[in-house]
Design a binder for this molecule. Structure first.
Ligand code: GLN
Length: 418
């Protein structure tokens, strides 16, 4: 039997800021207005700090290197296909699991890229972005009280997603070096573990998990009958190493739920088209959750994404990664010049930078100061850690921006010492 909450040294209660800090997370009832109470489950987490920093950037007219969305155009092939689809009146609900054409394109792309056969009718679900995909997947597999392992630093949605299921996120540090601390992660598995969430290439660290690391993690999932839920949204934004989908590893296709989407690959974060590839049994459960949450992702945009998946070949993907490699160089070099300590990421489009040589204040104060006084908004590091002290000296910068935008940000940051 797993230890119970509070007695389990592996489980650290989330250190998210107390209710009330970010707007909607106020006290469950408001006697002043005698409003009916709101559910307690939202008290376990705050609003997204990433998206809050977008608002802060807007207030100060700062360059938004906080929320990770591109400021450059999406490929014409997608935009033209979307316009055609709207004109052709593909404007009603698609099949709730996803338009058949898009599901076929997703399956074909995964077979082409990774050699994993996928059945579009029984194993693919199209969702409103990877965000809904993660929430639907967890709601489909996690029971109240289950443990969900989340590697730290983490993308901020994973903890709240687990809490919304009544599950308990178990935060485990990835380890200080470039490799994962596999022993520590092994120690976090228990009879109560229902799933581990893996994100490679990783937001915010830029790590790319190796085949060997994934094999060990896969073995742990099989031994403990836990799901590997892998967020592979940055699968095509890679500078070093190879992207290894967990589902492609021997014995893992039956216990892996793979999440990806169009947002990052095709620079259309506002379209909200994501997908899940998973074995048929769990796909049935996921589809029910998805259906009742959202009915479906936007039909004309699904059609346009299918066109892009069918029509864009290796050259597109090479150019995508090549463009990001250049942007990575501009921001990384600029941050080092400005006095930040950071390494170039192996994948994804973020740099988690240590600012302790520049400023002794905490990450939240420093981020807001940087936005207000220097005109560049990052994300405070603590939003990627369960304990605020974990990211106290760090801020995350996104480099999914044009080179001139990044050069201007670097010019502003070069005077960052306060
Ligand atoms: N994944 C992006 C980030 O980490 C965008 C987050 C969001 O707002 N959905 O910044």
């Amino acid at each position: 039997m797993p230890d119970r909450p509070g007695t389990d040294s592996r489980v650290r209660e989330p250190g998210w800021r107390p209710a009330g800090k970010g707007g909607v997370n106020g006290s469950p009832s408001d006697p002043q207005r005698s409003a009916p109470p709101v559910a307690g489950r939202t008290g376990g987490f705050t609003e997204s700090v990433i998206r809050e920093m977008t608002r802060v950037a807007g207030e100060h007219g700062a360059i938004n290197l906080a929320q990770g969305f591109p400021d450059f155009p999406a490929p014409d092939i997608l935009k033209e296909a979307a316009i055609r689809a709207v004109h052709a009146d593909l404007n009603q609900y698609a099949v709730t699991w996803g338009a058949p054409r898009l599901r076929r394109a997703i399956a074909a792309t995964r077979e082409r890229d990774y050699g994993t056969p996928v059945d579009p009718d029984r194993e693919v679900t199209v969702t409103c972005g990877a965000t809904e995909a993660m929430a639907s997947a967890l709601l489909a597999v996690a029971e109240p009280g289950d443990e969900v392992i989340v590697l730290e630093p983490f993308y901020e949605n994973y903890g709240p997603d687990a809490v919304l299921c009544g599950a308990r996120p178990v935060f485990v540090p990835m380890g200080p070096g470039p490799g994962l601390d596999l022993e520590r992660i092994e120690g976090a598995f228990s009879d109560g573990t229902r799933a581990i969430i893996l994100n490679t290439p990783n937001n915010p660290t830029g790590r790319v998990f190796t085949r060997q690391e994934l094999e060990v993690l896969g073995g742990l999932c099989r031994r403990h009958e836990a799901w590997a839920i892998t967020d592979e949204i940055y699968e095509h934004i890679l500078y070093e190493g190879e992207h290894v989908p967990m589902a492609s590893l021997e014995g893992m296709d039956g216990c892996t739920i793979t999440i990806s989407g169009a947002s990052k690959t095709f620079s259309v974060t506002g379209w909200r088209v994501g997908w899940i590839v998973a074995p048929p049994g769990v796909t049935g459960a996921i589809r029910k959750v998805h259906d009742f949450l959202t009915v479906g992702a936007p039909a004309p945009l699904q059609d346009a994404v299918a066109t892009a998946l069918e029509g864009l070949g290796p050259e597109y993907y090479r150019e995508l990664a090549g463009g990001y490699r250049e942007r990575r160089g501009v921001l990384h070099h600029g941050l080092r010049e400005a006095g930040f300590r950071c390494e170039p990421p192996a994948g994804a489009y973020y740099i988690l930078a240590d600012f302790s040589a520049l400023d002794g204040r905490d990450d939240d104060t420093f981020s807001r100061w940087l936005a207000a006084e220097r005109g560049v908004a990052p994300v405070p590091g603590s939003s990627f850690f369960s304990e605020p002290d974990g990211g106290r000296d760090r801020v995350r910068f996104a480099f999914c921006k044009t080179v001139p935008t990044l050069e201007e940000a670097v010019r502003r940051l070069t005077g960052a010492a306060g």
